[in-house]
Design a protein around this ligand. Structure first.
Ligand SMILES: N[C@@H](CCC(=O)N[C@@H](CS)C(=O)NCC(=O)O)C(=O)O
Length: 210
């Protein structure tokens, strides 16, 4: 294995993994994805994986000999250490806009629909109702934020970390939770446009083998 190749511990249906997979692809960084099955095998809950990520969540990455966990920390490290296109705008206001969208998704939606919550509900219906509620609130927020910030991407006309968070989250919301996003016109149009971009086509879970 080449020393400079990034190892990404992830799962193709994990939105947090997709963020990192897309960042690596966008920046043209060679990587290998090692499957951590969080659904059936629940590999994340093994002691072996806990040694990699104490939180027992994916993704985790080995980069430059260091193990880094948390998708946003991994992407920030790539942004800080690798050449190639940037995922963060220069302007302080645009940077804040990117952070707003990322936070809504990373802190406000994703943890409240995580598969790891499921065993803490009495029934599947209760779990789905809870998740869908917070997804809907998140969608409402994102639609309003995007009306303020979007150009051809989430923020202006440059692909950023916000787009890398948005597309995987919307995939989860529409596929896993079978929710409609058409009424959020800014959001859904942008999502369609982004899904057609090479970086999202190449990293899309449906286009991966395992
Ligand atoms: N804040 C973390 C969230 C990680 C996370 O919750 N990952 C999910 C998959 S997207 C997971 O591992 N779920 C399995 C579990 O919680 O058992 C990140 O951005 O990396």
């Amino acid at each position: 294995m080449a020393a400079d190749k990034v190892i990404l511990y992830g799962f193709r249906f994990s939105s947090c993994t997709w963020r990192v997979r897309a960042a690596l692809t966008f920046k043209g960084i060679p990587f290998e994805e090692l499957k951590v099955d969080i659904l059936k095998a629940q590999d994340q809950l093994t002691e072996k994986y806990r040694a990699i990520n104490p939180a027992q969540k994916i993704p985790a990455a080995v980069i430059d000999g260091a193990t880094i966990v948390e998708s946003m920390a991994i992407i920030q490290y790539l942004e800080d250490t690798r050449p190639g296109p940037k995922l963060t705008p220069e302007s302080p206001l645009e940077k804040a806009r990117v952070r707003e969208i990322c936070e809504v998704i990373v802190s406000g939606i994703m943890p409240l629909q995580n598969i790891g919550l499921k065993p803490h509900f009495d029934t599947e219906d209760q779990y789905l109702k809870f998740c869908r509620h917070w997804c809907e609130r998140g969608l409402q927020t994102l639609e309003e934020l995007l009306k303020r910030s979007a150009g051809s991407y989430c923020v202006g006309d440059q692909l950023s970390l916000a787009d890398l968070c948005l597309v995987p989250q919307l995939y989860n919301i529409t596929k896993r939770f079978e929710m409609q996003i058409d009424k959020y016109t800014t959001l859904s149009k942008l999502n369609e446009k982004l899904l057609a971009e090479p970086v999202f086509k190449e990293t899309h879970p449906n286009n991966l083998k395992k």
